[in-house]
Design a protein around this ligand. Structure first.
Ligand SMILES: [Zn+2]
Length: 417
């Protein structure tokens, strides 16, 4: 891991963005608010009239709601171009079809271009930071030249034809990554059925020792949970054969027990999906401090029953929303995930909580909660401005209900949309 200076931060005259409404997320929405920015960072947030100083450049955004830039904690941008290529169905129907698409000639070139398109689509949707996973470790080379902020997770998959297939290869791949103020490397052992338990544990340990975030797909299907307990026959035949070829065996533990063994003595991490939880597991997740990332539209795409995220939140688990890849979704619009939860699921969280799940909660999932995810002095000026009715009594509810495209997007104070 090499680190270089960030090319992003806009230096020069302090600037104040003012708008009909500002939603800092860490505080209630402000009418006629403003955000003061200097050297790429937020220096003040409050009523516009109170934060403008002599000499500041003032940009009034008018009928807009200014929010933190949205944070998509779980995606695979290299799969962006496979959107619409696989019909909705179970994960086990989807996976072999995805493998066929990916193995078509020209994979590296195609998926490199897809990362760039995925980043552009994300920014255009108000997403200023992604937690992105790449199987071929090609994402960071593309994304470091793009203004979007990112955690580039390097993936360990024991079943794969290409490295990293073990922790030594994972370490070597991560060592290639060039980090800067906008790019952080992360570590991701793929899932508990595709990585042996000792390698899983070693990968999380490596992330911990390097002081970098980790994520993994966990408890995504019932079959996975059954496999972990020893019911190998629960998996589809193609996967059983593949696991047998690679010498991968069931650890004979429940999903939560395996997690607790692998993640003992490391900082908490990001668990993508956790679609199936049993009694008492939410409390154990909360005690460990992990973040669960629920991907609502991908969840529906794969035909899962309702996600237990509300029970998890009530038990104290931090839950963020993500898109997963465009290959199992309609697009990469993170705000549409919050809209989906608000309008199409029973017992949704309030709109303000949903906005937090795609900003500050997601930032914490990426271990970036101290520097992005809310509008607070000292944080990076990563912002999105959405159209709003200045007279609305609840512009955040309007935002989540209608999920409009942003009017403007800023990363470290530089306007990128
Ligand atoms: Zn995923």
């Amino acid at each position: 891991m090499v680190r270089v200076e960030s090319p992003t931060a806009e230096l020069g005259t302090p600037r104040v963005l003012t708008a009909a409404w500002v939603a800092p997320v860490a505080a209630p929405p402000l009418p006629s608010g403003g955000v003061r920015i200097a050297d790429g960072r937020i220096t003040a947030v409050g009523p516009a009239a109170g934060i403008i100083r002599p000499g500041d450049r003032v940009d009034d955004l008018g009928a807009a709601l200014l929010t933190p830039g949205l944070v998509n904690p779980h995606t695979h941008l290299e799969l962006t171009d496979y959107a619409g290529r696989i019909p909705p169905g179970s994960l086990w129907e989807w996976l072999p079809r995805l493998v066929v698409l990916r193995r078509a000639p020209g994979q590296a070139e195609r998926e490199t271009a897809a990362v760039a398109r995925g980043a552009a689509q994300s920014l255009a949707a108000g997403v200023t930071c992604v937690g992105d996973i790449s199987r071929l470790n090609l994402h960071w080379r593309v994304l470091r030249r793009r203004p979007i902020r990112k955690v580039c997770y390097v993936e360990l998959l024991a079943l794969a034809d290409d490295p990293p297939r073990n922790v030594d290869e994972l370490r070597a791949a991560a060592d290639e990554v060039v980090e800067d103020d906008r790019l952080t490397v992360g570590f991701t052992p793929h899932a508990p059925y595709s990585v042996p338990a000792d390698q899983l544990r070693a990968a999380l340990r490596l992330a911990h020792e390097r002081g970098r975030p980790w994520c993994t797909h966990w408890a995504e299907t019932r079959a996975e949970r059954a496999f972990l307990l020893g019911e190998t026959a629960a998996l589809p035949p193609f996967l059983r054969d593949l696991l047998a070829q690679c010498g991968l065996r069931s650890p004979g533990l429940s999903a939560i027990e395996l997690l607790e063994r692998c993640a003992a003595d490391v900082r908490p991490g990001l668990l993508a999906h956790f679609n199936y939880a049993e009694a008492g597991e939410a409390e154990r997740l909360a005690a460990a401090g992990h973040t669960v990332v629920y991907c609502p539209r991908a969840h529906q795409y794969f035909g899962h029953p309702p996600h237990p995220f509300r029970a998890m939140q009530r038990a104290g688990v931090r839950v963020a929303l993500g898109t997963d890849s465009a290959a199992s979704n309609h697009d990469l619009r993170l705000l549409a995930e919050a809209q989906f939860v608000l309008t199409q699921t029973p017992d949704p969280p309030p709109p303000a909580a949903l906005l937090r799940m795609i900003t500050l909660d997601a930032a914490h999932a990426l271990e970036l909660g101290a520097t992005i995810g809310s509008l607070e002095p000292g944080k990076w000026a990563d912002l999105a401005a959405f159209p709003c009715d200045p007279a609305s009594p609840d512009p955040v509810a309007d935002l989540v209900r209608t999920a409009p495209a942003p009017l403007g997007v800023w990363v470290a104070g530089t306007r990128v949309i």
